[in-house]
Design a protein around this ligand. Structure first.
Ligand code: CAA
Length: 268
């Protein structure tokens, strides 16, 4: 049953579960356990749609994405991919869905247990903060299928973990553990598997209490570091910093500090 009124997040999805907004946070659970959460077009399209709604809804301040206890996502749906020839790959709608996911402007926190492989590992790299259960395994095994990562894996991985480990993952198809992923900066914290989602929610709820314009500017400026020179990155930082001086939340934050009280941020 479709209860979507065009605005509400309460829509029936096939491949994901979407929570209500709670404390400014929406939780999206990848939900194709029978296919190890393989990222078929339907799943990516639903994910991109929900993120668009979260982007448009001022009550949503951060989003958590997670899988189940055994698997975050085992990559692109190989069965679906098998049907595509070169023109099919060229026109693949998943490319657009990935772009929409990458453009989500609010904080995205991933809670990863079990396998995060191929497109699953690439989805992890679309998140801003990654919490992994100690049973998590990360890898780009596309080479075993005669292909290479196709959702930003080559570019984001090398920027995240450096050349040697990126090459190791992409060329050998070997997986790395949560602890290795943390050592290489792919993951910020490792927890016991039962706690990864709660820790991700804790962080998302905390971010949800922060001034939203500053949060958004911070994400935008930080991500620019991946694709610009230090000089233009610093210039962008300066402009965003200046822009924030014109917000009510900046005055409120500073006043609250001076008056030794909690700030009340309004997003203005
Ligand atoms: N696509 C489609 N179905 C998948 C899948 C995938 N990526 N990964 C797992 N499944 C399915 C299996 O076909 C199987 O279904 P059936 O029972 O109907 O056969 C079910 O999930 C369970 O899988 P296994 O029996 O293989 O489980 P396992 O515990 O023995 O192994 C695994 C788990 C190591 C994750 C293994 O399933 C695996 O290697 N999966 C493929 C990983 C992979 O190659 N990912 C990269 C895909 S390409 C890509 O992602 C391109 C890109 O950059 C966008």
């Amino acid at each position: 049953q479709n209860t979507d009124d065009g605005n509400s997040m309460q829509h029936e999805y096939q491949d994901i579960l979407v929570s209500e907004v709670a404390d400014g946070v929406v939780t999206i659970t990848l939900n194709r356990p029978e296919a190890y959460n393989a990222l078929r077009t339907q799943l990516l399209s639903e994910l991109a749609d929900v993120l668009q709604q979260c982007s448009d809804d001022d009550s949503v301040r951060a989003v958590v994405v997670t899988g189940n206890e055994k698997v975050f996502a085992a990559g692109a749906d190989i069965k679906e991919m098998a049907a595509l020839d070169a023109v099919g790959v060229l026109n693949d709608p998943r490319v657009m869905h990935w772009r929409r996911i990458a453009q989500f402007p609010k904080p995205l926190v991933a809670a990863v247990n079990g396998f995060a492989l191929g497109g699953g590992c690439e989805l992890v790299m679309h998140a801003d903060i990654v919490i992994a259960g100690d049973n998590a395994q990360f890898g780009q095994p596309e080479i075993n299928l005669g292909i290479i990562p196709g959702a930003g894996g080559t570019q984001r991985l090398i920027r995240t973990v450096g050349k040697s480990m990126a090459m190791q993952l992409v060329l050998s198809g070997e997986f790395i553990s949560a602890a290795q992923a943390r050592d290489f900066g792919l993951v910020s914290e490792v927890t016991i598997p039962e706690r990864s989602l709660e820790r991700a929610l804790e962080l998302a709820r905390k971010i949800a209490t922060k001034p939203p314009i500053a949060v958004r500017q911070a994400k935008e400026v930080l991500l620019k570091a991946y694709e610009t020179t230090l000089d233009s990155g610093l210039s962008l930082e300066r402009k965003a910093f200046t822009l924030l001086a014109a917000t009510e939340d900046r005055n409120e934050g500073i006043a609250a500090f001076m008056e030794k009280r909690k700030p009340n941020f309004t997003g203005k």
